[in-house]
Design a protein around this ligand. Structure first.
Ligand code: ADP
Ligand code: MN
Length: 166
């Protein structure tokens, strides 16, 4: 089984992935550095998406293990399930300010989240999407929902609407 966890920076991808037991978790920042296919400065990753996807295909397409790939570009790799984590924009801003993002970068991410940018991209490339709102929840609880919804094949998205924050 191959799963990707995507979402705007700060939605909780790494925290949720950390709570998944028995899965081989690949964090894309580390993968990009190890493969030497781009640069990571601060929270910002610079990499060509095509190159990243090619390298992921080479590395993982034939893998039989339970794999989770997490990162805000992970939805470009076609997986059995694509988890899209969401966070209410005001809460996202608080989470991002906690990790000393500058104002402009925080604004960009809050706007991207309000516009469903990552969800819209994911819809273009993934068959099975599971969208989860992490606002006011613990990472552990979200991780349990991820597992439960995969087991029950309970996909779905589109219930979340942050447009009032625009
Ligand atoms: P990402 O990897 O998506 O950029 P992180 O996992 O680094 O996000 O989480 C960003 C912040 O959000 C962390 O400080 C984390 O503790 C916090 N957080 C709060 N609630 C949750 C939740 N329900 N799920 C995941 N992270 C959460
Ligand atoms: Mn992360």
């Amino acid at each position: 089984m191959q799963v990707v966890i995507t979402g705007t920076p700060g939605t909780g991808k790494s925290s949720v992935a950390r709570e998944l037991e028995g899965w081989n978790v690949i964090d894309l920042k580390t993968f990009i550095e190890e493969q030497d296919i781009g640069s990571v400065n601060g929270g910002e990753i610079e990499v060509r998406v095509e190159k990243l996807v090619d390298r992921l295909e080479e590395e993982f397409r034939d893998s039989e293990e339970n794999l989770v790939i997490e990162g805000h570009l992970s939805h470009h790799y076609e997986a059995d399930y694509c988890i899209v984590l969401r966070c209410e924009p005001d809460t996202l801003r608080e989470r991002l300010s906690g990790r000393n993002y500058d104002r402009q970068k925080a604004d960009e991410n809050v706007e991207a989240e309000s516009l469903d940018i990552i969800l819209q991209e994911a819809i273009q490339q993934q068959e099975n999407i599971i969208e989860i709102d992490t606002t006011g929840r613990e990472a552990k609880e979200v991780a349990e929902e991820v597992i439960e919804r995969i087991e029950n094949e309970e996909t779905g998205y589109g219930e979340i609407d942050w447009s009032e924050f625009l």
